[in-house]
Design a protein around this ligand. Structure first.
Ligand SMILES: *Cc1c(COP(=O)(O)O)cnc(C)c1O
Length: 396
């Protein structure tokens, strides 16, 4: 199998490194890390000071559900990394997704989303938006023409590249251009690649959401989310959803994400390397029928990526007892989530309702032998050995 990594060298990673490793702002008392402003409200000495803020003439802090200096520094950093004007922090990735989508649709509208998207984003569309009269059509994101053909008349296109479980990519440039031409707001979940390895705004995508709980924070110690985009669209979110849904990121969570991001470039390089080493070993194993990773499958959006996340899936054939395989692992642990230092597997058989369930649990493309793996920061030889041994022990 061949790597399909884009050769178009963008110097962005190097340029971004200094901004990642050290806060660029002058900090109080010349602190070297951003302080946690653990305060709910901010005080005014004079009536006129408060009146000026409410009149929009001054942008001082008022209340931390609106703005908080620690959260604001993270918002500034992610906007900078994504190459856009503005960003908003949320209490979770799902909080960010809900707040990014809701301002742009109303009853009677139609949205388009790619198949195989993150399961709770799918359920937001099927359990919440549908109830309020917004219909979502699902298209195969690898079929660029099908995506483009679904756009006329839609209000929003929701992308995830690569998608969860299938890890197929979308041609962001073609879809972004078509969405702009049709006046359709485009939203992408960029949690997997992070802005280091994919900057969707460069391809004409409007809003970028992050489950900061994953790679940005990177230590399995917090839940957080972000939306980044042009000022006009972030203002819509500011005015129409985020203060009222109430899922604002806390100062402490923002601080954990900021701290995690100081090593993002180092961690991502290792996650990518470990993911590729595991992908190569798995694709050479006789019991593995498919490795679902952008480096191992040619798909239209692979050229948008300048590097890889370490999360992917592989399909085991019927000779492998999935429970025995999972239980035989010694280093890799069993668990949901991803993006932390520790490697984790999530077997589809345990985690997904694979058939016969209500529509909201429908999966699109996940066979029973599929296993998702988050390659952590361990030595790649250790991980390869652990997986190989466990598969061999579980074969009958
Ligand atoms: C985890 C995840 C989310 C949701 O993030 P939370 O912080 O758990 O709400 C969104 N998208 C993807 C791709 C994820 O893996």
């Amino acid at each position: 199998m061949k790597d399909h990594l884009s050769q178009s060298a963008k110097p962005t990673l190097e340029q971004m490194t200094a901004e990642l490793v050290a806060p660029q702002l002058p900090l109080p008392h010349d602190a070297s890390s951003v302080p946690i402003f653990q305060t709910s409200s901010f005080l005014f000495d004079r009536f006129e000071d408060m009146a000026a803020v409410f009149a929009g003439e001054s942008d001082r802090y008022i209340y931390s559900r609106g703005n908080n200096p620690t959260v604001a520094e993270l918002e500034r950093l992610i906007a900078r990394l994504e190459g856009v004007d503005a960003a908003r922090g949320f209490a979770s990735g799902m909080g960010a997704i809900a707040a990014a989508v809701l301002p742009f649709v109303q009853a009677g509208d139609r949205g388009v989303a790619v198949e195989n998207l993150y399961s709770d984003a799918f359920r937001l569309f099927e359990c919440v938006l549908k109830k309020f009269g917004v219909q979502t059509d699902y298209v195969d994101g690898t079929d660029t023409q099908a995506v483009v053909d679904a756009l006329p008349g839609a209000k929003l296109i929701y992308l995830e590249s690569p998608t969860s479980w299938s890890f197929t990519t979308q041609d962001l440039r073609a879809i972004g251009a078509a969405a702009r031409a049709q006046g359709v707001i485009s939203v992408i979940d960029n949690s997997w690649a992070t802005p280091l390895y994919q900057r969707p705004a460069e391809f004409g995508i409007d809003l970028i959401v992050h489950a900061a709980s994953k790679y940005l924070a990177g230590h399995s110690d917090t839940i957080a989310g972000l939306v980044a985009g042009p000022k006009a669209l972030i203002d819509r979110i500011n005015h129409d959803s985020y203060p009222y849904l109430g899922g604002k990121m806390s100062p402490f969570d923002a601080w954990l994400v900021l701290r995690g991001m100081r090593t993002l470039h180092l961690r991502m390089a290792r996650h990518a390397q470990n993911g590729l080493a595991l992908g190569r070993a798995l694709s050479a194993h006789p019991a593995v029928t498919r490795v679902r990773h952008p480096a191992f499958e040619a798909n239209p959006g692979n050229a948008c990526l300048s590097g890889y996340g370490g999360l992917f899936a592989f399909d085991l054939d019927a000779s492998v007892d999935i429970a025995r395989f999972a239980n035989a692992l010694k280093v890799v642990r069993i668990g949901v989530s991803w993006g932390g230092a520790e490697s984790l597997i999530l077997p589809a058989q345990a985690a997904l309702r694979l058939s016969g369930d209500a529509n909201v649990f429908r999966r699109f493309d996940t066979p029973a032998g599929s296993v998702r793996i988050s390659a952590g920061l361990e030595h790649s030889d250790t991980l390869v050995e652990d997986l190989r041994t466990a598969i061999d022990e579980a074969r009958q």
